[in-house]
Design a protein around this ligand. Structure first.
Ligand code: HEM
Length: 503
């Protein structure tokens, strides 16, 4: 008898047994993490999460009950983890074991394309991101100041036309955040997550890529709007590049903006890690869409809050006037305006444009926690083993309302929290003010400095010149529709506000 074969079989059996045991253990740990009851096997808790009348109606209560790490149900009985624990979030954002989840991948594929910086992975991502970064360094962003100021002044002229009347500030801000053409199409996008889309997300996890690609061609209104937005962005990118190429051939310096710089680098040395012309065009939709409504909506929410807090608004206006008087025509140091920056940070904290982001574990892994949690079986754990394929939701909005981090008044819009020096507690996350609105890690928002500078200049222009009040029905609510949208009482995208010229 060959004992070698026996030992070999036994060892293989033992290894398989161990592998199955560990996989089951990982799954049962997830199942035993406490979380809210699921109202339906079909939708799980997804309706409550994505379609509540005001974003967070359920989520913020769940966080109070179950803490910063709990389990919810996705469609068809799937287990998902909702995570607002800063240590866990840091781990996931910086770990190579997590990638975009399936519904995020689909949205990126539809809206931005697989060749965009958001669509690519690993080395391609590093290369494209490094190339694009030229346009987003602190120095590069300072060069945009004249553009931001010019657009802000146009915004003033438009607001003046309806001085004293109740207006919807969203379209003006969206136009001002630089893309007139795309706005006209992107407002057609969802003003709320529909039942079909929620089921779609559940199904998408199980569909092959070729079928999803074919789905882009379906004649559905939302998809048609997305296709148009994407096509327009591609046309804009192609046109800009064509003009730059022609200018370069005539010996004109084209390095005055991001496209010119990227093209110039490619022309100088095609062998280096530069972007090809096709790759440059492929970035247009991300640049135009990712940076437009995110910034515009943060500002719209902020201005509504300012209208709700007249005293703070007066103080902010006084700071703007005195800073500009003191600057006497020389450049203003926006970062040295405490009330302005407290207001922007608080707007970003309370209204993160992407309130929840999805990731999927590519390998079995273990997520660390700040403290410990108690499972349904009474076990105390400080690390959560998760199996490959586990979907996790990065609960950005919940993180930004954690009482342990922001204080007992975390649910209130209160810019003064940034002035008393108490708001920074624990390990830093994100690139700005310990916030996760721009996320963190290798895929954090590329345009965060651009967005901050743009908001600083717009707020100085608008609040310096107008007093904002609320119309009789103060109806603005935050709802979820891929991003956090301000909506009016009838559920349409918009924020109603009155602006009266003060100087
Ligand atoms: C308040 C304004 C903004 C917010 C809150 C915001 C938020 C975000 C978030 C959360 C992500 C990561 C998404 C994910 O990984 O799931 C992201 C990515 C990105 N953002 Fe922003 N964004 C803003 C403005 C901008 C602007 C103005 C631009 C450019 C002009 C921009 C360009 C990008 C790009 C290119 C990425 C993809 C980065 C990558 O995948 O490496 N964003 N943004």
């Amino acid at each position: 008898m060959d004992h070698g074969i026996h030992y070999g079989t036994a060892a293989a059996g033992l290894i398989s047994f161990l592998a199955i045991y560990l996989a089951l253990r990982r799954r049962s740990t997830i199942r035993n993490i406490p979380g809210p009851a699921s109202p339906s096997w079909f939708f799980g808790n997804m309706h409550q999460l994505y379609s509540s009348p005001t974003y967070g109606d359920y989520e913020f209560d769940w966080q109070k009950i179950y803490g910063p790490f709990y389990r919810i149900k996705g469609c068809f009985g799937q287990d998902r983890l909702m995570i607002s624990d800063p240590v866990s979030l840091q781990y996931i954002l910086n770990s190579p074991h997590f990638k975009f989840g399936p519904s995020t991948e689909n949205a990126i594929r539809l809206l931005y394309g697989i060749d965009s910086v958001m669509g690519v992975n690993d080395e391609d991502h590093k290369r494209i991101r490094a190339a694009l970064n030229v346009g987003f360094t602190a120095a590069a962003v300072r060069d945009y100041i004249p553009v931001f100021k010019k657009v802000a002044q146009t915004l003033t002229e438009q607001l003046e036309e309806s001085s004293g009347k109740s207006i919807n500030i969203c379209p003006l801000l969206s136009l001002a955040t630089l893309s007139t053409i795309l706005y006209a199409h992107s407002w057609l996008l969802r003003s709320n997550q529909t039942v079909g889309e929620i089921i779609g997300e559940g199904i998408a996890v199980r569909l092959p890529v070729w079928l999803l690609k074919a789905a882009i061609q379906l004649p559905i209104a939302t998809l048609a709007a997305i296709r148009t937005a994407k096509r327009l962005a591609d046309e804009v990118g192609t046109q800009v590049l064509r003009e730059k190429r022609a200018a370069a051939e005539q010996g004109i310096d084209i390095r005055t903006d991001l496209y010119g710089q990227l093209l110039d680098l490619h022309r100088l040395d095609k062998t280096k890690n530069t972007l090809t012309e096709a790759e440059i065009v492929a970035q247009t939709s991300v640049m135009m869409i990712a940076g437009q409504d995110t910034t515009a909506n943060t500002l719209a929410f902020g201005l509504v809050e300012l209208a709700r807090a007249p005293e703070f608004q007066d103080k902010l206006r006084a700071e703007i006037h005195s800073t500009f008087r003191a600057s006497d025509g020389s450049s203003v140091s926006y970062d040295n305006m405490p009330l302005l920056n407290a207001f922007i940070k608080e707007s970003l904290r309370m209204f993160p444009a992407i309130p929840v982001a999805e990731r999927i574990a590519m390998e079995d892994t273990v997520i660390p926690l700040t403290g410990a949690l108690t499972t349904a079986t009474g076990e105390h754990i400080s690390h959560v083993p998760v199996p490959k394929g586990q979907i996790v939701s990065l609960a950005i909005a919940s993180y930004q309302r954690l009482e342990s981090r922001w204080g007992e008044d975390a649910q209130e819009f209160k810019p003064s929290r940034w002035l008393d020096g108490l708001s920074f507690k624990g390990e830093a996350v994100g690139p700005y003010a310990n916030l996760l609105s721009f996320l963190g890690g290798p895929r954090m928002c590329l345009g965060w400095r651009f967005a901050i500078m743009e908001m600083q200049i717009f707020v100085c222009e608008l609040v310096g010149k107008f007093a904002f009040t609320l119309p009789e029905a103060d109806s603005t609510r935050a709802r979820f529709a891929a991003t956090l949208l301000p909506t009016t009482s009838d559920g349409q995208k918009g924020a109603l506000i009155c602006a009266e010229r003060v100087m």
